[in-house]
Design a protein around this ligand. Structure first.
Ligand code: TTP
Ligand code: MG
Length: 395
């Protein structure tokens, strides 16, 4: 089935939030960043309202330069707490349209709407609904690009900012972007653009008209990547992951408080399976494991362990959680809630398994179990949740 990917990016996010919160700033050049100190400040601009951009002010510019360009601008220090609060509202709106939302930053996300047609209408209708809901709930505008893959959708959301909506018809990806500047390509950093400009590349077409071998010869792996992007080729999935999430956790409150170690260990098994499955699904590896125990009197303790390497397999997560539990549980008390969480992440597309060098006697055991993890992940995807490890069945 053809994919429908939306890329949504809020317009002048920090500045727009400030303009909303203070009506005096509306339609004025607002510059978010450090104190300009009358042109002597040393920080940089976080972002600028579209009114300030007309003076040539933009993100990353020294605040002293911004002051020179726009001396009558309204300079405001960032209020991250407020922006995070609004970001949460926006992401929860994205999630009402699809479970597959991949946050890229505080104000932008990919939303995979493949299969959402019956529920929410055509891709354009979905995008309009998202825009309206965001506006209704926050009074902010968002620009959306719609395409069959991530990189084209991302380029498209930029094209008609602010309050834009751009859709690329299926099969026209390459033509749609060919006349754009190479800086639009996702993955073309400042340095790469400089190098490409020096080589005479300026439009995306200058890259797509070369062969992949020529681009690889010029820029190695990045050359191949840019060639694919320039030709509208991008198979990367939207991964259900909030880039700002710093932990993945699962917890359970017992129906009846318990001190039955066997029962608690059984639930540690289940929680370990759930968190490990979630990180594998999102191609995340974690280094730190924590358990949380809440006793009957609500006293709560958390205990953590950090591995030498990044891991994502059920067995090591479960074994360590059990160990942490047995070492720290005061069995004179009943437990009300138990939780398992993973933090300290690394992202990788590689399905590799780094083994703890100091734990080589466990190596084959872990490799075997990792293979079982992947087989079970695949089977669960195909056949639902009825298939499980024996250890997760009744205790
Ligand atoms: P962007 O989405 O890159 O920019 P924007 O939302 O301000 O403007 P646009 O309409 O072009 O999307 O970044 C989102 C927020 O992240 C931005 O409002 C402020 C912050 N930010 C920085 O703090 N520093 C930076 O260099 C950039 C690019 C963004
Ligand atoms: Mg933005």
């Amino acid at each position: 089935m053809k994919r429908i990917i939306l890329h949504a990016d809020m317009d002048a996010f920090f500045a727009a939030v400030e303009q909303n919160d203070n009506p005096l700033y509306k339609n004025k050049p607002v510059i978010i960043g450090s104190d300009p100190k009358m042109g002597k400040g040393r920080g940089v601009v976080s972002t600028a309202s579209y009114e300030a951009r007309k003076f040539g002010v933009h993100s990353g510019m020294p605040i002293s330069t911004a002051f020179k360009k726009c001396p009558n601008g309204i300079f405001i220090k960032p209020n991250m707490k407020r922006y995070v609060q609004i970001s949460k509202v926006i992401f929860s709106i994205f999630n009402t349209f699809s479970p597959l939302v991949e946050g890229l930053s505080i104000d932008e996300a990919f939303i995979d709407c493949t299969g959402c047609k019956a529920l929410f209408g055509s891709p354009t209708e979905i995008a309009l609904k998202i825009k309206k809901k965001i506006y209704d709930e926050t009074k902010l505008t968002v620009s959306i690009g719609i395409a069959g893959n991530k990189s084209i959708a991302k380029i498209l959301s930029e094209l008609q900012k602010p309050d834009g909506l751009t859709i690329c018809p299926e099969g026209e990806e390459k033509d749609f972007i060919k006349n754009l500047d190479i800086s639009y390509l996702w993955g073309a950093g400042k340095k790469t653009i400089e190098i490409l400009n020096q080589m005479g590349f300026s439009k995306i077409d200058d890259i797509s008209s070369k062969t992949i071998q020529e681009m690889s010869h010029l820029l190695g792996k990045n050359g191949e990547h840019l060639w694919k992007m320039a030709n509208g080729i991008d198979d990367r999935r939207v991964v259900e992951y909030d880039s700002q999430a710093k932990s993945i956790s699962k917890e359970i409150t017992f129906d009846v408080d318990t001190s039955d170690t066997k029962q608690i260990k059984h639930f540690i098994n289940i929680l370990s399976d759930k968190v490990s499955r979630k990180i594998r699904k999102n191609k995340i590896f974690a280094k730190t494991i924590s358990i949380k125990l809440r006793y009957q009197n609500f006293e709560t303790i958390t205990r953590s362990y950090t591995f030498m390497n990044f891991i994502n397999d059920y067995i090591r997560i479960r074994d360590k959680c059990e160990e942490l539990f047995l070492q720290n549980y005061d069995n004179s008390k009943k437990i009300r809630l138990i939780g398992v969480s993973l933090t300290n992440f690394s992202f990788s597309d590689k399905e590799y398994n780094q083994l703890d060098l100091f734990d080589m006697n466990q190596s084959s055991y872990i490799i075997n179990n990792s293979s079982i993890d992947h087989i079970l992940d695949d089977m669960k995807t195909k056949y639902g949740c009825k298939i499980n490890r024996g250890s997760l069945l009744k205790f």
